[in-house]
Ligand binder design. Sequence first.
Ligand SMILES: Cc1cc2nc3c(=O)[nH]c(=O)nc-3n(C[C@H](O)[C@H](O)[C@H](O)COP(=O)(O)OP(=O)(O)OC[C@H]3O[C@@H](n4cnc5c(N)ncnc54)[C@H](O)[C@@H]3O)c2cc1C
Length: 470
Amino acid sequence: MDVVVAGTGIAGLFLADELSRIGYRVLMVSPGLHSSSSYRAQGGVAAPILEEDSVESHLQDTLRAGDGLGDRERIVRMISEGREILLRLVEEGFPFDREDGRLALSMEGGHSRRRILHSGGVQTGRNLVEYFLNRVRGMVRHVRGYVVDVVVDGGRARGVVVWDGEGIRIIYSRAVVVASGGYASLYTSSTNPDTSRGILMWNLYRRGLPLENLEFVQFHPTVFHAPDGSRILISEAIRGDGAILIDGRGERFVNERDTRDRVARAIFRKGKVYLYAGHLDRDFLLEKYRMLVEKLREYGYDLTKDPIPVYPAAHYTIGGVKTGLDGETDIVGLRVIGEAASTRVHGANRLASNSLLEAMVMARRASRALADELPGLDYREVPHFPDPVPIDLPGRGLLDRYAFVERDGLEITRAVENLEDGIVRLILMSALLRKESRGVHYRRDFPERDERFRGYIVWHRGEWSWEPSK
Ligand SMILES: Cc1cc2nc3c(=O)[nH]c(=O)nc-3n(C[C@H](O)[C@H](O)[C@H](O)COP(=O)(O)OP(=O)(O)OC[C@H]3O[C@@H](n4cnc5c(N)ncnc54)[C@H](O)[C@@H]3O)c2cc1C
């Protein structure tokens, strides 16, 4: 095999499509084709499409959301190349929603302009995944299972270790791409599929790759927590359309269009909160939010009439394997792309709808870099003796309590005291080390932003360091 890709979200599929079209043999590994955050993405993809909009304006909004962190140069690249990708998709006939023949653009919190392209109302992710699955059908092989480790030999990636629930096997390849998503499902309260657990991320760390920004976890403010444990995200687009948030006495308590972190904190503090859309046009709701209306109905709620109980849930993880926009790592032939990577474009808080954009841009850049690199990468089946598969993750369950919307230094110190090494420990330690509040990271004991912390916490081989922001 030429390239093995771990993950069939938008990052993995986009890259597999690009590489297979130029003749490389690509094999994808994932537990299922429809189990990804990408498939669940609702709101859309942001890019400055309108003439009156600009890369500069999108850059400023991204930096403002990032709260003092964020790599300006990379953000500019992400936005301008992302725009090219979206225009290509439009040209190819991808079904972005239209109004009077023109692309319909919506507005989301933190954006100063309408620039979110969407598809099928709130089914953007699902339509993107289906679109790319169709494109790669017959060109790319898929194996069901989890990549639990990468085979590394003398600083060079040689393949992956796959666990299919029963046994493990090694698949050798000339290059490996990790596109396995983030770690939001380490939280019990999460909008992600159960697969976003960071197991592979932890093993890459053990193989010597640095992890960074782990304390920055974005919480979606308005999630319906169903009695059966399902989490139903109520897109912020509906607040953009006029839905309001009310407390137990029916009173509004927050600006509904404020940034996600502020809305999430306001809800967290109130505890019992409802989203209400009963005053909006019923036909409009039924058309634009049909899927959501149907899902809530299964639990006895009518979105067009009833106040819906909502609470925050872990949604997007800004941290990950430290890479550039090409997904490059210190291991030759190994790239990490999409939400699994940390490229610093989101700073301390991701601007809504910038992550599908980042995933596609990274996939395109990584595939181009690999196309240049592959002729120099040989195939070799080196002996490898896999470690036992980690079934349980030490400390899972602590995060909902100690690294949720609000954190407290003393509480975290107690939580990590006897905690075994693992990804959860690194997340809690990062939250402890950042003694300030910035972006999505809020410390009750340090509620202000502190310029001494204007940088990134990077973990490498058991040690942490600060890298100042440029
Ligand atoms: C409910 C929801 C709504 C969202 N809405 C938006 C939105 O409107 N706009 C936006 O920009 N972003 C949105 N996001 C965020 C966005 O969807 C993700 O950041 C983006 O899709 C990440 O893409 P990815 O390909 O990197 O990862 P994912 O889409 O998460 O894909 C990861 C893939 O890896 C697989 N996998 C996991 N572990 C392993 C392993 N060990 N081995 C092999 N495979 C593995 C998974 O099964 C999956 O196939 C939303 C997220 C959620 C959860």
